[in-house]
Design a binder for this molecule. Structure first.
Ligand code: ATP
Length: 327
């Protein structure tokens, strides 16, 4: 087994708050263990292009609180080809890199697994995506920050909703997973939460809204994940409710990309710091092809293939809780 003397770190796929804190942690752990560290800019595309920069402990001053990623992120079509990956490997060799930390989502991990198989190159993955849809960790980097951003936004929408007796449909991110919708929905006191994992039906939605009105609520918030199962987008849903319940004045708010931005919460900073240190320690220990994650507040590892294939299931018990507390 070759001794690891130089580690590269990169961010790939969609950016998420906490990525900078993870970069900082990887760079500082390398300095602590006396191994060299390089940052790769623009994900796999930067690897192919040799867009590397040597990082010292001081290169990552003042970034723990910053959203986005100082290393930039990119989606690389070229890395999906064997030729592209060969180029990437030769650039890593030329730079004398012995191990790689990839911060990203399941697409980035798929690329990592293929690369590891082809070139036997040591790689550790850190889950970074606001969607929280990765198996092997209860929290991905950026998820907690996104939750807090969404809750804060809905609190503001609630102010205007209650001033005008309005019903608001608020669309949040989550094409395949309802983690953000479900947890932020409860946190913001939403009357209804529509998620991809469960189809409660349009009839049930109307009944629930009628019940809210009868119960004397002056405003209502329905949180809708992008990928909800009603078969209608958030605007169509609003039209449908307005037609069927004319007593409601309905408005739509799509939160969009603001959910990805902002300064990471303390939780995300601590998580990023723990996962960054662990990923460096694993590489130095001769480990590869693993994802680091958090379960029961312990840092654990999952084989990368399993992290990609496994499904992180939302806790639908939360829907029941939501039903009870929105009476
Ligand atoms: P997010 O969850 O935020 O979308 P992600 O990591 O899943 O993040 P992707 O765009 O799916 O984002 O993947 C990032 C990059 O990983 C791709 O641009 C590509 O370079 C690489 N990648 C993804 N799938 C493969 C694959 N099958 N083979 C080689 N490379 C891949």
């Amino acid at each position: 087994m070759k001794k690891i003397k130089k580690i590269a770190v990169m961010t790939s796929g969609g950016d998420a708050p906490g990525m900078n804190a993870a970069i900082r942690s990887v760079v500082r752990a390398c300095a602590f263990y006396n191994v060299e560290c390089v940052g790769i800019y623009r994900g796999y595309q930067g690897m192919i292009d040799g867009d590397f920069k040597t990082f010292s402990a001081r290169s990552v001053n003042n970034i723990i609180q910053k959203g986005g990623t100082i290393l930039k992120s990119a989606r690389s079509l070229e890395f999906r080809t064997k030729e592209g990956r060969k180029k990437a490997f030769s650039k890593l060799k030329k730079e004398n890199v012995d191990g790689l930390v990839v911060i990203g989502g399941d697409g980035s991990f798929t690329g990592a697994v293929i690369f590891n198989k082809e070139f036997n190159f040591p790689i550790i993955g850190i889950p970074g995506t606001i969607d929280n849809d990765i198996y092997g960790t209860t929290h991905t980097l950026g998820y907690d920050t996104a939750l807090n951003t969404v809750v804060e936004s809905i609190d503001k929408i609630r102010d205007t909703a209650s001033s005008h007796n309005r019903l608001f449909f608020v669309e949040v991110m989550g094409r395949d997973a309802g983690f953000i919708a479900l947890n932020a929905g409860i946190g913001a006191g939403a009357e209804e939460i529509l998620i991809p994992e469960e189809d409660l039906g349009l009839e049930r939605l109307l009944q629930s809204l009628q019940k809210s009105r009868r119960a004397g609520k002056s405003s209502s918030i329905v949180v809708v994940a992008e990928g909800d199962k009603t078969g209608k987008n958030v605007f169509e849903l609003a039209d449908y409710v307005e037609k069927n319940l004319p007593e409601y004045e309905v408005r739509v708010s799509v939160l969009g990309h603001m959910q990805r931005g902002g300064s990471p919460t303390c939780f995300d900073r601590v998580l990023a710091s723990r996962l960054g240190v662990k990923s460096v320690e694993l590489l130095l220990d001769g480990k590869t092809n693993l994802m680091v994650g958090l379960i029961n507040n312990e840092v654990v590892t999952t084989v990368l293939e399993k992290a990609i294939e496994g499904k992180h299931i939302v806790n639908t018990e939360l829907l029941r809780v939501s039903d009870i507390i929105t009476i």
